[in-house]
Write a protein of this length. Sequence first.
Length: 217
Amino acid sequence: MLKNQRVDFILNTLQQLYPEPPIPLDHKDTYTLLVAVLLSAQCTDERVNTVTPALFKLADNPFDMAEQRVEDIKAIIRPCGLSPQKSKAIKGLSQLLVENHNGEVPADMAALEQLPGVGHKTASVVMSQAFGIPAFAVDTHIHRLAQRWGLTNGKNVKQTEKDLKRLFPEDTWNALHLQIIYYGREFCSARGCDGTICKICTTCYPNRKKPKVVHKP
């Protein structure tokens, strides 16, 4: 199967399975989404969703969060891991939103990436899911699947993002990010599929006999 055929098959398959993929992180507005995405680094969405109710009860907007003690934030988010760094980042980005953006999350990639704890992936999620601006957030899971499906030879998420953006239409990026995540969890997980088991892997590479070796970012 040629690459353009794989792209079409993957796109059609994911669209059939997940026509309207929901955002897996519980939130009520752009600010709470930003914080939830930050917390999800090296943590499952399920765990984040168990932690954020208490955190947002403490403070659910940048004005209130900026007034909280780092220690109080850290105590709540500890189950998410990396709590010392994440708690400082949550307070710090809240302060900057108040000081520089009138308490609003900016719909600007560069401005988002200047906030403490907000990397390119987090900023991409917020741009796409909160503002509807085309972006393709690539995490380690999407990076792994893109390699299994022959969409990239990139050895890091930055190159994989470039390759995926080049292959898929811009108006599919926002949904596709979530669709790939959901498919990976359900059918093509790190342990559940080695590149020779799920429907997309076996259809794209019917003659593949050995597990697909992927490069970790």
